[in-house]
Design a protein around this ligand. Structure first.
Ligand SMILES: *[C@@H]1O[C@H](CO)[C@@H](O)[C@H](O)[C@H]1NC(C)=O
Ligand SMILES: *[C@@H]1O[C@H](CO)[C@@H](O)[C@H](O)[C@H]1NC(C)=O
Ligand SMILES: *[C@@H]1O[C@H](CO)[C@@H](O)[C@H](O)[C@H]1NC(C)=O
Ligand SMILES: *[C@@H]1O[C@H](CO)[C@@H](O)[C@H](O)[C@H]1NC(C)=O
Length: 419
C-alpha cells in the first residue's frame, strides 16, 4: 500500500458507491479473464470461418520425441494439418484483423508461370491490382535474355459471393517500354501513375519509373544511378507521407544470374522526385528487401531476406528479419534500428502496415501478421511462399503467391501511405 491509502474507511462510503465499485471490479475481472484466457478460442464455434486457433501453449513444449522442423523453407508451420488456405490465429488481436465474417479464396492461378511475385499496386479508380512476375527465379520465365512481365487483374471480375471456392479470373499483360527491365516492386498510384522499381537486366540499369496505368503505358524514368554508379538490383519502394520516395537495393539480380556482381552495399535510399536529391538512409543489411512505413510516417520497417541466397543456396543462420527504425523528422534518415520480428518460415519479403499498426509480411508459408509490439498474432496460411500483398481499399487484402493470387476479405484497412 502507498502512503495515505490506509486512512480510507470503506464502511463510511455511501452504499451506492460501494455497489458501483463492486460492479466495476467485476466487469474488469471478466474483461481481464476474457483477454488472458484463450480457452474460449478453443471452442471452434466462436471462431470466424476458415480460422484455426493454434494456442502458443499447445506447442511450447514438444519434448524428447517431438517432431522438430529442420528446414524453415519447407511448407511451414501447420501443427493442426489444416488444408490451406486458412487463417491461423495465435493471438486474440488477429480476430480484430479478420472481423466476424472473413474469407480467403484463390482468385487467379497458373501452375506453369509465377506471374504474381511482387509489385502489387491497387488502383482504386479502376479497381485493378497490378503485379510483376518473378524476376529470374523459379517459374519466372525471365533471365538475363528475357524481361519479366507486369500484369493486372480487375477485381470487378471477382464474384461478390466468394465462399472459399477457387476461381480463376483473367490476367491482362501490360505492354511496357524497354526502359522497364525486371520489375520487382511497386507502389502508388503516385501522381496518377504506377511507381515501379526495376532490378535492371545485364548491363541495362536498375531504375525507378512512373508508368501510365492506361494504354499506351508510356513510362518516365525518374532515377537510374547513384552519382553515375549503377545500383545493384533495385528491389522495393514506398512513398513516405512527406512525398519523398524510399527504396531498397540488394543483390538478387546477381544471385539470380541476370545482373553483374554487386558494386555497392545492400542499403536503403531516399529520393526527392522534385529536386533529384538521392541519399542513403540506412545500411548494414545482409539483403535489404521489403519496406513500409506506419501511417504517421514516424516508423519505418525494413525486411532483411539474408537467409534466401539465390544460387548460393539458403542459409538459415542468416537473417529472416524485420527491423524497425525511427524516421528522423528533419532528415528522414532512419535511426534507432531494433529487431521487430524474426520469421519462423522462409524470409519476410514485402511488408505492409494497417491502420492499427499491425505489420504484414510475405513469408515462406503465407502472410504473417505481427501487432505493433512485434507479437506474431496470425497468418494467412497458404502452405507456400508469398512475396508480397496489397490492400485493395478497406477490408480486402490481395495476396501474391507466385503461381496464384488470393483475395482475403477481412476487417483491416490499409494505413494511408502503404499501398
Ligand atoms: C519417447 O519414445 C520412446 C520410444 O518410443 C519411449 O520409450 C519414451 O517413453 C517416449 N518419451 C516420451 C517423453 O514420450
Ligand atoms: C500460363 O502462363 C503461360 C505463360 O504466360 C501462358 O502461355 C499460359 O497460357 C498460361 N496458362 C493459363 C492456364 O493461363
Ligand atoms: C505519357 O504520355 C503523356 C502524353 O505525352 C504524358 O502527358 C504523360 O506524362 C506520360 N506519362 C508518363 C508516366 O510518362
Ligand atoms: C551460413 O552463414 C553463416 C553466417 O554467415 C556462415 O558462417 C556459414 O558458413 C554459412 N553456411 C553455409 C553452408 O554457407
Amino acid at each position: 500500500m502507498r502512503k495515505g491509502e490506509t486512512e480510507q474507511q470503506p464502511h463510511l462510503r455511501p452504499l451506492s458507491v460501494m455497489v458501483i465499485s463492486i460492479f466495476v471490479c467485476a466487469l474488469a475481472y471478466v474483461a481481464f479473464s476474457f483477454a488472458k484466457d484463450p480457452a474460449w478460442l478453443r471452442d471452434t464455434s466462436s471462431l470466424p470461418p476458415q480460422s484455426v486457433f493454434v494456442d502458443p501453449l499447445s506447442f511450447a513444449v514438444m519434448g524428447a520425441n517431438g517432431t522438430f522442423r529442420q528446414n524453415s523453407f519447407d511448407s511451414g508451420f501447420n501443427p493442426t494439418g489444416t488444408k490451406p488456405p486458412f487463417f491461423q490465429v495465435f493471438d486474440q488481436d488477429f480476430l480484430g484483423v479478420l472481423g466476424q465474417a472473413p474469407s480467403i479464396t484463390e482468385i487467379a492461378s497458373n501452375d506453369t508461370f509465377a506471374f504474381a511475385h511482387e509489385a502489387p499496386i491497387y488502383d482504386p479508380v479502376q479497381d485493378f491490382v497490378y503485379f510483376a512476375s518473378n524476376d529470374g527465379g523459379p517459374l519466372g520465365m525471365s533471365d538475363i535474355d528475357h524481361n519479366n512481365k507486369v500484369g493486372r487483374i480487375n477485381l470487378k471480375d471477382v464474384s461478390t459471393n466468394l465462399k472459399g471456392t477457387a476461381i480463376n479470373i483473367p490476367v491482362t499483360e501490360l505492354s511496357l517500354p524497354d526502359t522497364i527491365q525486371m520489375t520487382n516492386g511497386g507502389t502508388g498510384p503516385f501522381r496518377g501513375n504506377l511507381l515501379l522499381i526495376n532490378s535492371g537486366r545485364g548491363a541495362l540499369p536498375p531504375s525507378i519509373a512512373l508508368v501510365n496505368p492506361n494504354p499506351p503505358h508510356n513510362a518516365t524514368v525518374l532515377l537510374d544511378n547513384f552519382f553515375g554508379r549503377q545500383f545493384n538490383s533495385l528491389n522495393d519502394i514506398k512513398i513516405h507521407p512527406s512525398g519523398k520516395i524510399f527504396f531498397t537495393d540488394t543483390v538478387y539480380g546477381w544471385l539470380n544470374h541476370f545482373r553483374p556482381e554487386p558494386l555497392m552495399p545492400s542499403q536503403v535510399y531516399r529520393f526527392d522526385p522534385d529536386t533529384g536529391a538521392v541519399r542513403v538512409v540506412a545500411t548494414d543489411f545482409d539483403k535489404s528487401n521489403g519496406i513500409a512505413f506506419t501511417g504517421d510516417g514516424k516508423t519505418a520497417y525494413i525486411a532483411d531476406t539474408g537467409a534466401s541466397g539465390g544460387f548460393l543456396g539458403n542459409n538459415q543462420t542468416e537473417p529472416a528479419t524485420i527491423y524497425a527504425f525511427d524516421v528522423d523528422p528533419v532528415s528522414l534518415a532512419f535511426k534507432n534500428r531494433r529487431i521487430f520480428a524474426y520469421s519462423d518460415a522462409g524470409v519476410p519479403d514485402g511488408v505492409q502496415v494497417d491502420t492499427e499498426g499491425n505489420v504484414y509480411a510475405g513469408c515462406g508459408d503465407g502472410v504473417h501478421v505481427w501487432n505493433s509490439e512485434g507479437t506474431l498474432i496470425g497468418k494467412f496460411f497458404l502452405g507456400s511462399t508469398s512475396a508480397n500483398m496489397a490492400f485493395a481499399g478497406k477490408g480486402r487484402l490481395v495476396i501474391m503467391a507466385e503461381t496464384k493470387i488470393f483475395l482475403a476479405e477481412i476487417a483491416a484497412s490499409p494505413s494511408l501511405f502503404t499501398s
